[in-house]
Design a protein around this ligand. Structure first.
Ligand code: FAD
Length: 431
């Protein structure tokens, strides 16, 4: 089997861009063509229409995690116990939540103003569980949302069955404010609507980045780029560039997308409107019924710094199939059209990277599985930090605690694998 992201495959033709060659100079270099890099490029162009802006992508723009995610434009992340147990926990959650809501609004504005066709739906999202072991966590979510003024409703089994078309889930919490999208179409639209002043290079991985006098130098396979300022938006690949390697690490996720439901299957699901379900367990399944009537499942996450090879992906596809059949036993045949893997960037305390790394180099990333909205807002704000453009939101981003320290490899590998095995066992019933 091949690793083919369904969203990317279904997004239509992509604009292609040249590879980077030669020795060049620029006012701004942006490394990474995901939500963070795209938002940063747009912001610089808006603030400084005369600047030379070069965006460099190692593979294809919008086809990394940005095009391969589950498409939740997350407004209200799962509130962990920290969000209720201490005043600082609640303040930390509220700060991220304010950024996420600003990120959803900013993304929606872009979708509307550039008429980006990306199946955007203001459906909010549902945290739901099948196992009674997780009901306490869901009630905790509902309470935490209520305490923080977030609009949320508890849904019982009957309400869930009616809304989702499956009897699998027994308790859920619907929270509003977020949206669902086809992420590859969103990213493609964001890239294609960038101001002309943004020059894009693809298939041009930056191999080395160093601060140099009053600028920075990027080394690529076929050239070098000297930039006055650099924005790093490479997310899970930060450690490979020598950035935040003692703070952040990648997790490899896999997902599958089915073919569109048949008429008989539509009857089975009760012609339910599109929905998105998240698990209260970090390693439980993410599920969607998409606008184009397919079902998405993402039910694995693992610490594999070298990525997911094809035999492993085939095994993970088997787990997706089991997860689908548990929820939709009537699904005919294999039904899965696409299976793929992707990386998220994680820190031990779930805090993002948002910082000035040196005089001329700035980095934003590491949003767990909440980077659609958060990447869009943090990509904008990291430019504001670099250009000294004050705002309350920038103060909020600056106030976030930094990712906590993690031990070096191979010590960290052992700790991460042990922790993931524990989380997997905890989340098993929700896969
Ligand atoms: C399966 C899956 C499901 C997810 N579900 C959701 C979800 O439903 N909702 C949500 O909000 N988030 C979700 N996420 C997380 C979300 O996709 C990320 O948080 C988001 O993409 C981060 O955006 P980014 O631009 O910071 O990084 P990325 O999207 O990772 O983009 C970074 C880019 O940098 C490029 N790059 C890396 N190294 C270099 C280099 N050296 N030189 C040049 N370019 C380089 C990469 O090729 C990539 O294109 C999910 C992720 C995965 C994998």
């Amino acid at each position: 089997m091949e690793d083919i992201c369904g969203w990317v495959a279904l997004a239509g033709n992509y604009t292609s861009h040249p590879t980077f060659k030669g020795a060049q100079t620029t006012d701004w270099a942006i490394i990474g063509g995901g939500f963070t890099g795209l938002a940063a490029a747009r912001r610089i162009a808006n603030l400084d229409p005369n600047a030379r802006i070069i965006l460099i992508e190692g593979k294809r723009v919008g086809q990394g995690a940005t095009g391969r995610n589950s498409g939740f434009v997350v407004a209200n992340e799962s509130p962990g116990h920290a969000a209720l147990s201490s005043a600082s926990g609640r303040a930390g959650y509220a700060a991220l939540n304010a950024l996420d809501h600003a990120g959803v609004a900013a993304t929606k504005r872009l979708v509307e103003s550039h008429k980006i066709n990306c199946q955007w739906e203001d459906t909010g999202s549902i945290h739901a569980a099948t196992s009674s072991k997780n009901f306490g966590t869901l009630r905790h979510h509902a309470q935490a949302f209520a305490d923080m003024g977030i609009n949320a409703t508890l849904l019982d089994e009957a309400a869930l069955q009616k809304r989702l078309g499956t009897a699998h889930y027994k308790l859920g919490v619907l929270s509003t404010g977020g949206a669902l999208v086809q992420p590859a179409m969103l990213a493609k639209g964001l890239a294609d609507s960038l101001p002309e002043q943004v020059e894009i290079y693809e298939n041009s991985p930056v191999l080395k980045l160093v601060q140099d006098g009053d600028g920075a130098v990027l080394t690529l396979k076929d050239g070098t780029l000297r930039a006055n300022k650099v924005i790093v938006g490479v997310n899970a690949f930060m450690p490979r560039l020598g950035i935040q390697a003692d703070r952040v690490f990648p997790l490899a996720l896999t997902a599958s997308l089915t073919r569109p439901l048949s008429k008989a299957e539509e009857d089975q699901i009760g012609h339910a409107a599109s929905w998105g379900v998240l698990s209260p367990q970090s390693l439980g399944a993410t599920m969607r019924l998409t606008k184009d009537r397919r079902i998405l499942i993402r039910n694995t996450a693992e610490y594999r710094p070298s990525g997911i090879d094809l035999p492993t992906l085939a095994q993970r596809r088997g787990l997706h199939y089991q997860g689908l059949k548990k929820r939709f036993p009537w699904l005919a045949g294999d039904a899965i059209d696409y299976t793929w893997s992707g990386n998220i960037c994680v820190s031990a305390n779930s805090k993002p990277v948002f910082r000035k790394l040196s005089n001329n180099i700035f980095a934003a990333g590491c949003y767990n599985a909440s980077g659609v909205a958060r990447g869009t807002i943090m990509g904008r704000l990291i430019v504001d930090l670099a250009m000294d453009v004050p705002s309350t939101l920038l103060d909020t981003a600056n106030s976030l605690p930094k990712p906590s320290w993690i031990p070096p490899r191979p010590l960290f590998d052992i700790a991460a694998k042990t922790r993931m095995a524990f989380e997997r066992a905890k989340g098993k019933s929700e896969c």
